[in-house]
Design a protein around this ligand. Structure first.
Ligand code: ADP
Length: 695
């Protein structure tokens, strides 16, 4: 025997076939192991080319989602920083403008006290202090009166005052006497003023004017019991008299009085300067231009209001620490937060200026500005937090309003954190769903490919089986025929029974051989597409009988009883006698092959919209999962009982092809262990030529 090169098997294959061997036999185990190896190889290829990369891609995709979320958070934080910074700049612009205009005024030699609200609209008070912190302008704290209160009740003073309305001449005399008495200068000055009043009432305007002149010169800064400056009152009265005598001079002196008043500091806690100024202005009003009047009235009102606030905030003003005054550059504002006011202080010309801003209004305005610094639909919002307030939850950025409101901060927070979280979660779910879907699709693709490959492997295996089966199927009848023929030639069969049996076997085996060869040739022709059938009208019962003849010996060998029930008077059928004979032979020999000896096979014919032939047996039956496949080329059931019988797996394929080429159909019903019934159906009408089916 020539030495055969044995293909070495992989250890894996060896182990696998050894594991599968029990219950299968070595050859079968090896076949299945090879099949399994093929499938595993394919799985490995799929894993390497599809599953692996898709998992890596999925990982990166999920990772990318997290990166994107972080980037979005980062972006939000940056926007929040930007908003906080922007707001800080807005505040800075406001306060810097204040600082700049203050400095410009100071450098230009203009006082920042006049029309101070032009510097900042929220200024309540604007004050100038000297280097020792003494209030200089536009107000003063020295509100002392020079008029001792007790002299209000001096009998001479009271009786003179009482006479003013009833007897002005006597009153003038009384006041004249008072001026000569040794009284405090303010009391004397007040008496002179009242005397001038009475002189005027008596029509002695010139005397009154002279009296008033002497007062203006000698007692101008003395204050009466109400805190009024005697000089101011005298000038007011003088102006009034002059308005009547020579209007021009009167206007000029009242104007002069007004200007002087606006230049002098007013007294905190006193309304005297304002009262005199208002009185002078109302006298001037009919003779002056409206614009001038309005301007001066505004000035008086502003100063009056500031006077009020200076009195109100006096305690706060006293408590402003002046530690920074020395260190701050001249003209530059530094800030101090009081309870009711925000204080801006600057050093200038050896003293300092202090501006008090309405703190409550300032905070209200800043809060509104913070709110307005983001759009209502923006995901973030800005707000102001007080010194003792904690930053709210979900704070993204925080910026102190130093140096103006040192302990106040602007914070930016998420407007609706829950909505943002929900949106993120939705986005994430959507993307994960898409990735999941893509992976699932790849998985489905892999499974389908695996099934396809597995099917291809099955076909390959079935073809291999087919080759092996055919060679076996050929060998066994040929061996039998040769053996029996040789026995006959050598005269080894002696008795007539023995000789007949030998002839029968030769006949049966040659029939079997010819069936096999017919099937193989037919299949080859069908596959090539060259098989053609000649359909003639004929009696199907005759064809059935012809077929039975050629399988009779096979039936007899297994002692199978054939019950034939195909009426002769069935309607004639268009058919190719040889081909249909082959179909019936295939079905009857299968029935015999897959049935136990001594069982029955029935062949029944009837009319059902054409002609129907059924071939039933009491054999091993066919499993449900095999029913769909037994008509496929080379398919043989895996059932061990069926496997015991030799076969090629093309008999039913050819049968189906032939019957379909006749325009008919084949179906099968079976119960494992109970038997099978194959039904051939021939239609009334023949199919249009060429009569061909498909495999
Ligand atoms: P084979 O040469 O294997 O019989 P066929 O194409 O004739 O090939 O049949 C295909 C398969 O169908 C068989 O392998 C067998 O498993 C099953 N089969 C066919 N006819 C019968 C039957 N009457 N009873 C049980 N199984 C059958």
């Amino acid at each position: 025997m020539p030495a055969m090169a044995k293909k070495s098997r992989s250890p894996f294959l060896r182990i696998l076939s050894r594991l599968l061997a029990p219950g299968r036999g070595e050859v079968r185990a090896l076949e299945e192991a090879m099949h399994l190896q093929g499938v595993l190889r394919f799985v490995a290829v799929i894993a390497a080319t599809i599953v692996g990369p898709s998992l890596v891609l999925a990982y990166f995709a999920v990772h990318a989602i997290s990166v994107e979320e972080l980037a979005a958070e980062d972006e939000l934080s940056r926007t929040a920083e930007g908003v906080a910074q922007g707001f800080w700049r807005q505040v800075e612009a406001d306060f810097s403008a204040f600082e700049e205009s203050t400095l410009t005024r100071l450098e230009a030699g203009r006082s920042p006290l006049e029309r101070a609200r032009e510097l900042h609209p929220l200024i309540l008070v604007a004050l100038r202090f000297d280097a020792d912190g003494v209030l200089l302008a536009p107000f003063t704290l020295s509100a002392s009166t020079d008029y001792p209160k007790s002299y209000l009740f001096h009998p001479d003073v009271r009786s003179a005052a009482a006479l003013m309305q009833t007897d002005p001449a006597a009153a003038a005399q009384q006041f004249g006497q008072l001026t000569r008495q040794p009284l405090p200068p303010a009391v004397q000055a007040r008496a002179k003023l009242d005397q001038a009043l009475v002189l005027e009432m008596l029509g002695r305007q010139q005397d009154a004017l002279i009296q008033l002149d002497s007062l203006i010169l000698g007692a101008s800064d003395l204050r009466d019991s109400w805190g009024f400056r005697i000089g101011d009152l005298a000038r007011l009265q003088q102006g009034e008299i002059r308005m009547r005598l020579e209007q021009e001079r009167g206007i000029a002196s009242l104007r002069e009085l007004l200007n002087d008043l606006l230049e002098k500091p007013w007294t905190v806690g006193q309304g005297s300067e304002a009262a005199v100024a208002n009185q002078a202005l109302s006298m001037l009003e009919p003779h002056e231009e409206q614009e001038w009047v309005t301007r001066v009235r505004g000035q008086i009102a502003e100063r009056n209001e500031m006077l009020y606030w200076t009195g109100e905030l006096l305690d706060e003003i006293r408590h402003i620490p002046d530690s920074r005054k020395a260190s701050s550059p001249a003209g530059e504002l530094w800030w101090h937060e009081g309870e009711r006011s925000m204080w801006a202080i600057t050093r200038w010309g050896g003293g300092s200026y202090t501006f008090g801003l309405d703190r409550q209004e300032l905070i209200t305005q800043l809060k509104a500005a913070a709110r307005a610094s983001t759009h209502p639909t923006a995901p973030i919002e800005a707000s102001l937090i007080a010194p003792d307030e904690l930053p709210p939850e979900h704070t993204l950025a925080i910026r102190s309003l130093d140096p103006w409101l040192a302990n106040w901060s602007v914070v930016t927070t998420l407007r609706d954190p829950a909505a943002i979280a929900a949106e993120n979660a939705q986005k994430r779910t959507q993307r994960i769903a898409i990735i999941g879907f893509a992976i699932a699709m790849m998985g489905v693709g892999a499974v389908l490919s695996a099934r396809l490959i597995s099917r291809e492997l099955d076909v390959v295996r079935m073809k291999t089986d087919f080759a092996a089966n055919v060679s076996h199927e050929l060998r066994s009848p040929i061996t039998q025929i040769r053996l029996k023929a040789e026995s006959l030639i050598l005269g080894l069969a002696e008795t007539p029974d023995e000789i007949e049996e030998h002839y029968n076997i030769v006949l049966r085996e040659s029939e079997r051989l010819s069936r096999l060869v017919d099937n193989i040739l037919d299949y080859a022709a069908i596959e090539r597409g060259s098989k053609q059938y000649i359909l003639r009208i004929g009696n199907i019962a005759e064809t059935v009988e012809r077929a039975i003849e050629s399988v009779r010996s096979t039936l007899e060998l297994k002692d199978i009883e054939l019950i034939l029930d195909v009426p002769y008077d069935l309607p004639p059928v268009h058919h190719d006698t040889d081909a249909i004979t082959q179909c019936i032979v295939n079905l009857v020999s299968n029935a015999a092959k897959y049935s136990p000896g001594g069982s029955q096979v029935r062949l029944h014919g009837r009319v059902v919209e054409g002609v129907e032939l059924t071939i039933s047996d009491e054999g091993i039956g066919i499993a449900a999962h095999d029913l769909r496949k037994i008509f496929d080329p080379f398919y043989r059931s895996r059932d061990s009982l069926a496997r015991r019988q030799k076969g090629t797996g093309i008999g039913l394929t050819i049968t189906r092809y032939i019957i379909e080429a006749h325009g008919g159909s084949i179906s099968v019903q079976s119960r494992p262990g109970k038997g099978s019934t194959f039904t051939l159906h021939f239609p009334d009408e023949p199919p249009p030529p060429p009569a061909r089916g498909t495999i």
